[in-house]
Each structure stands twice: as structure tokens, then as C-alpha cells.
Design a protein around this ligand. Sequence first.
Ligand code: F6R
Length: 594
Amino acid sequence: MCGIIGYIGNREKKEILLDGLKELEYRGYDSAGISILSNNELFTFKTTGKLINLETKCKDFTSNGFGIAIGHTRWATHGKATEINAHPHSSEESSIVHNGIIENYLEIKNELENKGWTFLSQTDTEVIVHLFEENLKSVENPLSAFKKTIDRLNGSYAILLITKKAPDRIFYAKNGSPLLIGINGDEVFFASSSTPLIGLVKEVCYLEDGDNGYINKDNFKTLKNVQPMNGEKISSQKDGYRYFMEKEIYEQHRILQDTIRGRILNDGISLELPSNFIDNINRITICACGTSYHAGLSAKYLFEREAKIKTNVIIASEFRYSNPIMEKDELFIVISQSGETADTLEALKLANKNNLKTLAICNVENSSIVREAKYSLLTRAGIEKGVASTKAFSSQVMLLWILGIYIAQNKNNISKDSIQKQIKNMYNSLKATKVNTKIHDRLKKLSKRYLHGHGFFFIGRDVFYPLALEGALKLKEISYLHAEGYPGGEMKHGPIALADSELFCVSLMPKHLLYEKIKNNTEELSTRDATICVISQECSDVADDVVLIDKYESYMEEFFAMMIVVQILALEIAIRLGNDVDMPRNLAKSVTVE
Ligand code: F6R
């Protein structure tokens, strides 16, 4: 999704902006631009498509000496992905970049048009820069004009503005969209996430909603809540893999060791939560989006089965506006890889407002969701670059499983023997995520038979139903083929009408959970001539193709082994179709608008 970079200092500003935007590239965008104000001249370059186009466009431009600069990658919301709609947007003497959505932009636009302002773009953002210049006519200084402008905006925003009227400073405002200020000596950086700042700055300040003002070389020392910048530069190397997604699939067995570190002990589960964490909690609500929602759905089965605690799972965008009933004895869990998903963040704020105990399961330390939640547990998957989530999902499921057993243990709902059995299954599940290259080769070959047809159904029961949803989501995200996940038993209540030889059905058939039931459901589809691909540790006579996983002793081991298969199946189909696996069309890695 949209990304922001800003810089105040003496270095070559173009390079700083382009390098920063490259670090944000994996998040998804469709156009990009930069504005640099140096020696009282404002230079703006914008292009559609990849950053290489922007680099080419400004290749002969240099800016020596002190200056201020802003850059942006845009994921279109208002107006198509054109050069004119790309940020920065400029008025006569100022330029602006913006993440988020200005909800009352049409009203402001009408007012400004009546006053003679002309708009070039179809964006909501352009109103901000013209409104700022309009306000400059009636107030004494740029800061007052900026504050007056911000006061007028409804919606979510992270904004940077530069103006010839104050060429030593960057104006900023944050509400609902993340924005950080990084400091290195007397240089100041801005970014919409910490990734571009790692290695560049020593200290960072995470702005809060409602913060606005300006920063220049003199006043940044007065910033409050400055903290040391942690984190290591993410490897931008694919390490021999064809795509980051492929690398991340192969990494899973290693990162899961980090997920469980210090949490699975010889005599039980230990989590970084207070000992009375679960006291007075009698029910759980889990709220998330996309893949994280699927992880939440698997947790429902685990929590209810193992911890015997009622669990409700809801998509964050549905939760917000449904006047949800929130009870005092409810634990509210949000799950998010990025920690910045707007719908999830807003749902969390609502739960906090209602005084619920809130817990974030998140991959990014210091993200908005971690900072908003009362408690948090990190999944420790490392930064995920492929837009289609893989290792984030496995680390979420593993951590939620651990949390389920932790709750069972602390509520005395589980015997010591059962805890030991669960721990053994957890270790074995971790091993089950190590990619078996023979299975990968088989999927590579098999993928050529699944490039056409009128759709895919992934079916599973119990925890394999959320895995079916996740398998279908992976496939549609990167192959652009239509795919749905369904509970196996539900097909005959409607979707089976679609069954014919051009309907592909990927059936998740675990030996250790409801095997006969899902086999019957698969047979019902086979009888109606659907093309069946079974994933199982057992051979199957109802299948057209069988992907045999290794032999496992518990259903969760089968879950993690089958997860690898559906991820690789999607990857290989997408590669055969010639798609950009890491940056699929229309998608963004971090969805910071609702
Ligand atoms: C799918 C995917 C998305 C995200 C969703 C939530 O591969 O990545 O469905 O899972 O946008 O994002 P987070 O987990 O960052 O809140």
C-alpha cells in the first residue's frame, strides 16, 4: 500500500528518497514520485509503474547542499493509477504526499473550485495542498496555515508537506495512518514504516494520532518519546530462490523455531503474559483480516477443543460497524502480520474503548497494533516480503496453538500428559514444515494440469477448513484463478451444482481427523465428475491426482505439512501462468485504508 519517505539534510536527496521507496516497494504500489526543495527551487518527478521508471526519469537530476525532500509510492484508491494522480501533489509553491483517505475531500474541493483553484488529479490528496495555500492567504505563518488545513480534514492520514514559504522544514500530520520520524545526527528522516529507516537512523519517534507540526534542524531535539532504533536490515536477496514467496515458504521450519523459543518448556507452556492474564476470562473474540483471519479461524477449533473456551472469530471490517456486544469477561485478540491493517487497528481501538482485555498477535514490534493493544505476543517470523502471506500464517497458527494450550494449562482444563502430547505434536509440526523437495518437484509437474478450468474448490473439515480457505486465497492472489475454500460437508448444500470435469477440487484429507467424513465429501464431488486432487498421507481411489505427504502421527502435523503443499501448489501454478508472484496485481502488503 502507499509508502512515504521524507528527508531533511545535506545528502543527495534523490538517492535517499529512491532508496527508501525501494524498501517499501514490496508493500505494493502502482505509481511513485518525489519532490525536492533545494536552493528555493521545487522539483517534482512522477511516473506510473515500477520505481525504475522514476529512477530513469530523474537520472540527470542532482541536488547538492541542504534541502528538504518527500517521496511516495501510491496504491490507487481515488482515481486511476496515472502519472497525474501519483503523489506528490503540488500547488503553486508547495508539495504534499499523503497516505490514507480524506473523507470530506469533495466538499473541500467544491469550496476551493469556487474560489478559483484548479485541480489536475482525481485524488482526495490534492485538496490538502491547495487548501494549505488558500489558508496561507489569511493566516500569519505557514504553521498556522498547516494546522488550519489539518483541522479541516476528516478521515485517516499520514501527511508530509514542503513549501517554499518555509524551505527549512517538513510539515507533518498523523491520524490513523502510521508515520515515524528518524534521527541521525542533524539529519531527519520520515517514513510510513520502520523498514526504510533501519540502518539509517539511530533514534526514532513513532508519532501518535493527532500529532502535527513541523520539524527542522533546530527543533527535532524537542521531540518526545524518542527511542533507539532496533532491527536489522532485511535481506533483499532471494538467496537463490526464484521469488521471495518461495524463500519464505522454505524458511518456515526455521522461523517457527523462533516462534516457539522460550515458550515451549519441558514442563509446559510459558508466555510473556502476566500470571493472572486469563483470570476472569470466559470467552474469546478473535478479529483479523485475510490470512490472519484464517489463522484466527484455526485457533477457534484449537481453543474450543483444547482449552474449552468459547471463541468467536470475526473479520475486522465486519466487526467495526456491527454494534458488537462486548462482555467484561471477554479476551479480545487481534491478529496481524503487519500490525498496520486499518480495519484490525480500528476494531482493536473499539475493544479498548469498551475496556476489554486486548491482546495482539503480531509480527512487527512497535507497529500501531502492538502499541495500541494492552498485551502483545510477537510471531517472530521476520519481515515478510512476498505479498502473499506464508510464513506469517504458519507462525500465527503456531503461536495461537501455544496460546490455546497456555489457556488450557492456566485454567486447569488439561492434564499434564495431554500437555506433553501437545508439546510433542508442536515439535513434530515444526519439522513437518520443512519442504520435502520431492513433493515440491511433484507439485511443479502437477501444476501444468491445473491452469484452466472454471474454478477451484479447496475443501477441508475442522481446522482443515480454514486451511482450505487459506489455500484458495493463496491461489487466487497470485494465479488470478477463481478459487474458494469450503467446509467439506457444505458442498452438497449448493456449490456441488458447479461440479463437472472442469471444476478442480483440492481435498485436504488428514488421516487423524474426520478422515472418513472428508473422504465421503470428496467422493460426492468425484461422482459428479469434478477433477480431484487429494492431499493426504493415504492413497485415494477417488482422486485424479494424489499429493502424498509424509507419515505423521497427529492432525496438526498433517495441517502444517498440507499447508506447505497448498502454498507450493499456488506458487507453481502462478509461475507457470507467468505472473509476478511477489507483487501480484491490485494487491498491497499492508492495507492501511479501511
Ligand atoms: C494474504 C494476505 C492478506 C493479509 C491481510 C491482513 O496473503 O497477506 O490477506 O493477511 O491483508 O494483513 P495483516 O495480517 O498484516 O493484518
